[in-house]
Design a protein around this ligand. Structure first.
Ligand SMILES: C[S@+](CC[C@H](N)C(=O)[O-])C[C@H]1O[C@@H](n2cnc3c(N)ncnc32)[C@H](O)[C@@H]1O
Length: 339
């Protein structure tokens, strides 16, 4: 941990591959030892894992990893060196006959930017490292920092893709939503601290936190893989068919942070996203939150304000940008009226 405090804001990397056998196991064939080597380069480890017929999910010492046949998502916090996973992953994927066709890297603004090691010392450095690590056939590249009225919340996005015309590494109907919450309600944050010497494993303490905080109610149909750190901190992955969601919590005063991420479809009932967002926000009641949606083309983002404004958060800013192949990224920030 940095001397100042734990860096909750995650770095998130999504790599999309194509191959001859799209119905096959693809990346899921990777040996656990290979994944461990990739994570060693990033400087984190697996603490818990669960899979279903569609994908494998891992809770990490610093956030989460999801492995689909042709897609891998790694999200890591603290002082991890996430981008160092790219080269080993590309080598393993190549051995499986998979070719990289898309890359998306996103993150918020670090609370402790000076504690970040290379190549995460600045967004400029990260982009240079990405540019050098990715194969040249990913020729459509774009890097942007999406601003907000709150200097502590801006959204860093880098994308690279192989062919703008094919326009669908991401199914047109699906979207990803990434929520970053800071200044958590103190009483609610206390629930993510363990009692000293509770005699529990990280798994059983995690299960208890999932229940008492209401996290288990966000999607009651999902399989949940949860873990509680000692003395505090919590991570969970949930699996519902081919969809994941994930929550990570740093509850310490002064740098409290929680993130919620899920995927959805524009064809879901309008209320699904509204209800899920409401429930996730009420678990933490943060003073400030940012919501980023990546979606091909749809007004799904209007549902975010519809979910949060009746609960007392006010939308302070909204930025939209378009990226090759993945479509639009909409970045909104919210604060409580009391701010
Ligand atoms: C890994 S978790 C969740 C990460 C997530 N990105 C976040 O900050 O919300 C981080 C929390 O667990 C605590 N923690 C305790 N032991 C830890 C460990 N061995 N590795 C990482 N975090 C640990 C940290 O102090 C922090 O509160």
């Amino acid at each position: 941990m940095a001397v100042s405090g734990f860096e909750g804001f995650e770095k998130r990397l999504e790599l999309q591959f194509s191959g001859d056998d799209p119905a096959g196991l693809g990346l899921r064939q990777l040996e656990f030892e290979s994944l461990e080597k990739v994570l060693h380069a990033v400087q984190c480890t697996v603490v818990s894992a669960v899979g279903n017929q569609y994908f494998d999910s891992y809770v990490l010492s610093e956030s989460s990893l999801f492995v689909y046949p042709t897609k891998i998502i790694i999200k890591t916090c603290g002082t991890t060196q996430l981008l160092k996973s790219i080269r080993p992953l590309l080598n393993y994927a190549c051995d499986l006959g998979l070719i990289l066709c898309g890359c998306r890297y996103t993150r918020g603004s670090f609370i402790f930017p000076n504690s970040q090691p290379y190549p995460h010392t600045s967004f400029r450095e990260e982009v240079m490292y990405l540019e050098e690590s990715l194969p040249s056939h990913l020729c459509y590249r774009k890097a942007t920092v999406m601003p907000s009225k709150l200097s502590s919340h801006s959204w860093h996005v880098f994308t690279a893709s192989d062919d703008e015309e094919s326009h669908s590494h991401m199914p047109e109907e699906s979207y990803t939503i990434e929520v970053c919450m800071t200044e958590l309600d103190h009483v609610l944050a206390r629930k993510f601290f363990r009692r000293p010497n509770d005699g529990k494993s990280g798994d059983s303490a995690g299960k208890e936190m999932t229940e008492i905080t209401g996290i288990g109610e966000i999607n009651p149909n999902a399989i949940i893989c949860d873990f509680a750190f000692d003395p505090c901190g919590y991570s969970m992955n949930s699996l519902d068919g081919d969809r994941y969601s994930t929550i990570h919590v740093t509850p310490e005063d002064g740098f409290s942070y929680a993130s919620f991420e899920c995927v959805g479809s524009i064809y879901d009932h309008r209320n699904n996203l509204v209800e899920v967002l409401k429930k996730a926000a009420l678990v933490f009641r943060p003073a400030t939150m940012s919501v980023s949606i990546t979606c091909a083309e749809h007004e799904v983002w209007t549902r975010v304000a519809a979910a949060l404004e009746p609960l007392g958060w006010k939308c302070r800013s909204c930025a939209v940008d378009e990226f090759p192949t993945i479509g639009n990224v909409i970045f909104q920030t919210f604060t409580t009226r009391r701010k």
